[in-house]
Each structure stands twice: as structure tokens, then as C-alpha cells.
Design a protein around this ligand. Sequence first.
Ligand SMILES: *Cc1c(COP(=O)(O)O)cnc(C)c1O
Length: 388
Amino acid sequence: MEVPAPEILKKPLVVPHKILMGAGPATISPRILHAMSNPVLGHMNQELFQIMDEIKEGIKYVFQTKNELTLAISASAHSGMEAVMSNLLEPHDKVLIAVNGLWGSRAANMAERYGASAVKIVTSLGDNFGFEEIEDALRKERPKLLFIVQGETSTGVYQPLEGLGDICHKYNCLLAVDVVASVGAVPFLMDKWGVDAAYAGVQKALGGPPGVTIISFSSSAQKEIFRRATQSKVYYWDMKILGQQWNCYNNVRPYHHTTCSTLLVALRESLAIIAEEGLENWQKKHEQGYRRLKEGLERLGFEFFVKDENKRLITVTSVTVKDFDWMELVNYAMKRHNVEIAGGLGPTAGNILRIGVMGFNCTPQTIDRVLDVLEEALKHAKTKKAKL
Ligand SMILES: *Cc1c(COP(=O)(O)O)cnc(C)c1O
């Protein structure tokens, strides 16, 4: 062999226990970890089809939708964004993108790769959008699709959506929403709010592992997918075919790709835990978790990046970096305590810290533990800054 077997692989695997309190993934529960140790099923096995059907029911519950075209994609949440853009846009279509942080910018980038023209409306960082501003843009631009993020994790901003669907439909525009970091923790009523496409990863407020994405399209969006003149650009995200594999249309389940039964079982358990606890209770728990964290952060003297409390995303709280070295704080918490806190992302890099309270971490004990670690790490990071 010219390339010998790596010595490093002959050492035992080491995976430490960490408390993941950044913007996701969050620590996952022993129950889900246990579910992931089940045998692997074939992607055409009846037992896996049954699990897939149960998952669809769970997605409909957390999205509050009756949409036929509801399924899970075998990839992290970016795939939801790709699937929305590639299925709903054709070359030369116009999409309006609401940008108030990294995720909107990324969506615009994707839309352009599929040949659409992306028009952006932009708010200042830490703010959300008013509906008048959006309606003005819809009236002027007449896009086919509006894309907006319910929970913008790069800034910690929450975007209200109730009523936005009606405004979009008045202008013959479909509404697509990224609910990756918000669904489960805050209300999301897909049907009632007239949302035409929505997707979420599982590793944030739904309490599961990364690597699988839930997605749903309204009947109008589904019609659009079947009416399009050109094939959707990516086979892997093509909802016409994926919808068949997930038995959304006609009880044939042709092979599209090999689904990962290990991740699907984990997704099924994440949704099952929420169904057992009740979605309202799951949301209430996140609201209480946010409040406990917020009070603790105030006590420690942190300043919130999103000044207006009504505009704060409860799953990811952002605080301003001022009299401390943020990287020292983050590294200290990780090295000394195996606690993950996130720095800023994209336009907020270097300016904020982001502390996520999601899923299995959403307990008073874990939040208090992380606040203790933050207190110690902050002291350390202030000393480091003072010495500079
Ligand atoms: C985390 C996140 C994503 C991307 O998720 P991946 O699983 O990393 O692909 C998309 N949108 C928002 C709002 C997020 O917070």
C-alpha cells in the first residue's frame, strides 16, 4: 500500500460529553441517543415506511398543517432552503428576500444559483420587518415568492408572521419561511398563517440530531411545483419525486435515494417526545427557559443585542461584546467546562455572543449550570481584556 493504514485510527474513538448551548446543535436526550442505536433498516423496508408515515404526522403537528406534501429531507437544514428555492423558482423568476442577518443573505445567494433574480429588503441588525415595508416591496416588485426567517439566529431576532400570508397572496406571491431555530419553541401555524413553504432542522428547538430536515408545501406551492415549465434543477431536492418516496401522492414509493433509518428513527423520537409532552408545553418550557437565562444574564451585567424584548428570539439570546474578550470567554467555557457558547455569525461576528436554550438543554438545572460557567468565564475574559 502506498498509503498505509493511519495509526490515529487504531486509537480508540473519544467523544466527550458537552453541553451545547450555542445556536445549535443542542445536546440531545438519552432517549433519542438510545433510539439511534437501533438496527439499520433498508430504505424500502415496510417497517421504515411505517416510521416515515408516523414522522409525517409529527411534522404536520409541529407545523400545524394538513399539507399533503410534507416530508423529511436527508441533509441538514440548508437543504430545506435549497429545496424551497430549487422547487419554487425557475430561471428568471423574481424572489423577494427579507434580510436581517446571515440567513436571508444566504437564501438570496441560493436563489441566484438557480437562475432567479433576488430582490432584497434589508433591516438594521437586531431589528425585524414591519408588514407595511414588506407590502410596499411586494407591490413594487411583484415577486413570485417572498422568503423570510422566523428566527434569525445570527442576530437573535424574532419575526412575527401572522397576517403575512394574506398580504403575500393579495399580490399572487407565495410565502416561504425558515423556521429552523424557532419551530417548537414559538407558535408556528402554517395553515392558519397562510405559509406556503416551511422547513426546519431537528437539532435546534425540536431536540433531535442534525442531518435531517423537515419540510412542508401548501397546496398552492405544490401546484406550482407540478406546473413549472422546467425541471427543478436539483434531482436530490425534487419534491415531485421525493414526495412519491414519502407517499405524499399516490401510494407508490419508488426509490429516490437511500434514506438514513438511524436519523429517521431519531427524528421520529424527537417528534414523539413533543407529541407526548404537548406542543404548547414544549413552547412554554422554552419561554420559561429563555426567561431564566435572561434574568441570569442581566444579573451578570450582560447587555442584550436586541433591545426591544418583543423582537427577541427566545431560543437564541444574543448579548453585546463590550468589556471582555469574547474568544477568551468562549474558549474558557469550552476548555474548562465543556460548555459550548457561540460567538457572532456573519454580520455579527466579533460583536455578540449567542446563547441557545433549546430542546434537552431547556431545564432550570442546565441553564443555572451554564450561567455559573458564564460568570466564571466572563471574569476570566474581562481580565484578559484588561491586560491588553
Ligand atoms: C441553523 C440554521 C440554519 C442551517 O442549519 P444547518 O442544519 O446548519 O444546515 C438555517 N436557518 C437558520 C435560521 C438556522 O438557525
